[in-house]
Design a protein around this ligand. Structure first.
Ligand SMILES: [Zn+2]
Length: 534
């Protein structure tokens, strides 16, 4: 079976998203990751529109891509300009890519009302631009912008624009739901109609689909298009894109592969999907969406005791697929709703032996419930849960001990607060005192602890605190109300959350901060021990 081709446009359409920007160098790194995954096309940018994209194509030209064809994106020629004189088309050629994608107008509303152009000149722009690129030996992907809106308005003209591209040598016609307002049933019937009429007309051109997510339908629409005959799917990693985003290839790829048995990327690379999703969100500096299908942290997380019990007997009871196939993992959450099954499962997963030192699981469940009554919430704080289980069963080996810290906060007149922290810790028998500044007390404490530990554990700089949340738990007792602090930390491979609860915000922050560093250091130590065993 021919694979459904995955055309990634994270580096072009994805960067239309609010708050997403990549440097040329970052784009090359993402392109390399996409190539390792095995996508067939990578749209690198629009060289006619900015220098950053010109530079990306210069850099990409020096790289070797094993699977993917790097593609430059642009528009058809301007009205009343010869194709060979059009600066945008010249920039596409200068990008030196094997494949070029150009978009043209389908919808008379855009041709006439928005552009003030004529229908005939629009067709000539498509014909001549495609011919020019083909004459320059490029594979041509023609993106029919607003195809579905145009087709619903004037099907005959919409088909004429497609034929203008196909008859001049375009290898792919990509039908775009640019405004994202089309429903799956419409996509399916329109793609099927186009597919049949092209076939009947003897056209060997292949069909692609490009969907936006304005109705939350981009993935569903892309899948429907494939069912109706499209063999190329355009989308972005994590669905990043303008407004509500593009079709998310981290969902489309596993749906095609596992639910439809359609080959896409090489099968052995499917388990890299989660890492790719994380890599791109990290580079884009976007907090990963936990509920993202297939690759999100919560995609295979189970909280209810009954679910967990069933999953331990038979995962299929509450999971639609094996998370490992996409590089994700099953997570069992421990909370006051949990029974013994959750705690046992979790302890095993974290490598904590519950039976030793004479504790039984029921005691641990009761203690967790008591702590949750005080405000702890372990289902969202895996890092602290592991440390709690180790401490409770007397297996915890601290990788540092706090001796003391002192924090001062200064504020004068209109200037913002500055905070200074001094910390004294002990690692084995060595004592260390350091001081640091920060924008606030927690940031000063984090910097001081990091500096102190850095003397003993130089790998800590890859660890970052990415989120800090404070919540007042019980406001009824006035100033004695407790606060709960969550800290989310990341390194290259993992995200973990730790928790602290106290009447004092600094104390609660310290608990969460200390747990986060203990968790990271223990993780490094386990990894190092793993490497040493043959
Ligand atoms: Zn788009």
């Amino acid at each position: 079976m021919e694979p459904i081709l995955i055309y990634d446009t994270t580096l072009r359409d994805g960067t239309q998203a609010e708050n997403i920007n990549f440097t040329s160098e970052e784009k090359v790194k993402i392109a390399k990751k996409l190539d390792e995954l095995g996508v067939q096309y990578i749209e690198g940018g629009w060289p006619g529109s900015n220098n950053r994209d010109v530079r990306f194509f210069e850099l990409a030209h020096k790289e070797v891509f094993k699977h993917a064809r790097i593609t430059a994106f642009g528009a058809t020629r301007k009205p009343s300009t010869a194709a060979c004189d059009d600066p945008n088309l010249q920039a596409l050629i200068a990008a030196q890519t094997p494949t070029v994608a150009i978009f043209g107008k389908t919808w008379p509303l855009h041709v006439e009302t928005v552009m003030g152009n004529t229908r005939e000149e629009n067709l000539a722009m498509i014909r001549e631009s495609v011919s020019f690129l083909r004459a320059n030996d490029r594979e041509v992907i023609y993106d029919a912008e607003h195809f579905f809106d145009g087709y619903k308005d004037d099907p005959q003209y919409a088909v004429q624009t497609l034929l203008a591209a196909a008859e001049n040598g375009a290898q792919f016609l990509v039908l775009c739901d640019t405004n994202g307002g089309t429903l799956p049933s419409e996509i399916q019937s329109i793609v099927a109609e186009i597919h049949h009429s092209l076939k009947a007309g003897g056209q060997s051109v292949r069909l692609g689909i490009h969907c936006h997510n304005d109705c939350g339908m981009a993935v569903a629409n892309s899948i429907c298009a494939v069912q109706a005959g499209a063999t190329m799917v355009q989308g972005t990693v994590n669905g990043y894109g303008e407004r509500c985003g593009n079709a998310d290839i981290t969902a489309i790829i596993p749906i095609l592969s596992f639910k439809m048995n359609q080959p896409t990327i090489p099968h052995q690379h499917l388990s890299k999907l989660k890492t790719l999703s994380r890599y791109v969100s990290e580079t884009a500096n976007m907090i990963p969406l936990n509920s993202r299908p297939f690759v999100g942290k919560s995609a295979f997380a189970h909280k209810g005791g009954i679910h967990v019990n069933a999953i331990m007997k038979e995962p299929r009871a509450y999971e639609h697929m094996d998370p490992v196939l996409v590089g994700n993992k099953r997570r069992v959450l421990v909370s006051d709703m949990s029974g013994k099954s959750n705690v046992e499962y979790k302890a095993k997963e974290m490598g904590v032996e519950l039976g030793c030192n004479g504790y039984d699981c029921q005691q641990i469940v009761s203690e967790i419930k008591a702590m949750e009554d005080q405000g702890y919430q372990f289902d969202v704080a895996d890092g602290s849960l592991k440390i709690f289980l180790e401490k409770f069963t007397r297996q915890f080996k601290p990788l540092f001990d706090l001796e003391s810290f002192r924090i001062t906060v200064e504020k004068d007149e209109d200037r913002p607060c500055t905070a200074h922290a001094t910390i004294k810790i002990k690692v084995d028998d060595a004592h260390e005192i350091t001081a640091a500044e920060g924008h606030g007390p927690v940031s000063a404490l984090d910097s001081a602890l990091r500096k102190a530990l850095g003397k003993f554990y130089p790998d800590l700089d890859v660890m970052r605190l990415v989120d800090f949340k404070v919540r007042v738990i019980d406001g009824r007792e006035g100033t004695a109300a407790r606060v709960r602090v969550f800290i989310e930390s990341r390194d290259h491979d993992d995200i973990w959350t730790t928790i602290g609860v106290s009447e004092d915000i600094i104390e609660a922050s310290w608990q969460a901060l200390a747990d986060s560093f203990q968790f990271k250091l223990a993780k490094e130590q386990t990894a190092a021990e793993g490497k040493n065993t043959p």
